[in-house]
Design a protein around this ligand. Structure first.
Ligand SMILES: Nc1ncnc2c1ncn2[C@@H]1O[C@H](COP(=O)(O)OP(=O)(O)O)[C@@H](O)[C@H]1O
Ligand SMILES: [Mg+2]
Length: 260
């Protein structure tokens, strides 16, 4: 199982949308996927249309990373009815906020990694995180083989990306950085083009092709439908971008090893 943490220090940049886009791409090609929703706002859980009730959720798994608890937390996404195990979710809930301390100790931070070792019957795990670099995001980094940083193209995001990459690379067994994806990019905005170039100047090839601002994203989320199931031209173009991003995650192409 390849485990990808999708993170950013900032909120509203599109972490959950990227998780949903990648889950949609994985579903379209038949890659069995587990989404773990670490964000107390639980947007990925609602986006994936989880209706089944389970005894446990992500917060319970973090508190008690035993096989029984982890297995009992896995619910099917409503995106798939007829293929059990193809797309599953460990649901988020407000209770995970308690695990988002900036002072979490190493033992706490390793709980997710321990739990995911017991849930290794998927090919891919996608970890959605809250907009902070506290306990939950740091737990995700420790559980992950790879990290994708999501950003917008604004002045403040440059510092946020820098801080995120520094923290990831300072980890003892640092995950591979797949890249930095600028989301909701508006080509006609001079300011955004400038910030994208600034990011490229600082982080080079790590800065991936930006994902454009397109109504297909809120449309797919609003209707509880995977992006790949929408038939509009813009949805197809975006879906193809998520296919490319998923290739990069699964093949290990590009990205960097941690700095020595
Ligand atoms: N590429 C995009 N084009 C248009 N709207 C987007 C795009 N990406 C995200 N959004 C919208 O922006 C809002 C914030 O995105 P979200 O994924 O929830 O961010 P985060 O998880 O980082 O807080 C949502 O309403 C989402 O539908
Ligand atoms: Mg989110």
């Amino acid at each position: 199982m390849i485990t990808l943490a999708v993170c950013s220090a900032k909120g509203g940049v599109g972490k959950t949308s990227v998780v949903l886009g990648l889950a949609s791409a994985a579903l379209a090609r038949g890659t069995s996927t587990l989404v773990v929703d670490l964000d107390p706002q639980a947007d990925a859980t609602s986006g994936l249309d989880v209706t089944a009730q389970r005894a446990h959720d992500a917060a319970a798994v973090l508190a008690s990373p035993k096989r029984r608890v982890a297995e009992d937390a896995v619910a099917p996404s409503g995106w798939v009815d007829d293929h059990p195990g193809l797309l599953d979710v460990v649901s988020g809930s407000a209770a995970s906020a308690r695990r988002d301390s900036p002072d979490a100790d190493e033992e706490e931070l390793k709980a997710l990694r321990r739990a995911l070792r017991k849930l290794d019957d998927h090919d891919l795990a996608l970890l959605d995180t809250p907009p902070s670099l506290n306990g939950l995001t740091r737990s995700a980094w420790r559980a992950a083989d790879a990290v994708l940083v999501v950003s917008d193209a604004s002045r403040f995001s440059v510092a946020a990306v820098d801080r995120t990459l520094r923290e990831v690379r300072s980890l003892r067994s640092a995950p591979r950085v797949v890249g930095v994806v600028v989301n909701r990019f508006t080509q006609r905005s001079g300011e955004q083009r400038f910030r994208l170039e600034e990011l490229r100047g600082l982080f080079g090839d790590l800065v991936l092709d930006p994902l454009p601002d397109r109504v297909a994203v809120p449309q797919s989320q609003g209707s509880g439908t995977p992006l790949h199931a929408l038939r509009t031209r813009t949805a197809r173009t975006l879906a193809a971008q998520f296919d490319t991003l998923l290739d990069r995650v699964l093949t290990g192409a590009g990205g960097t090893s941690p700095a020595p």
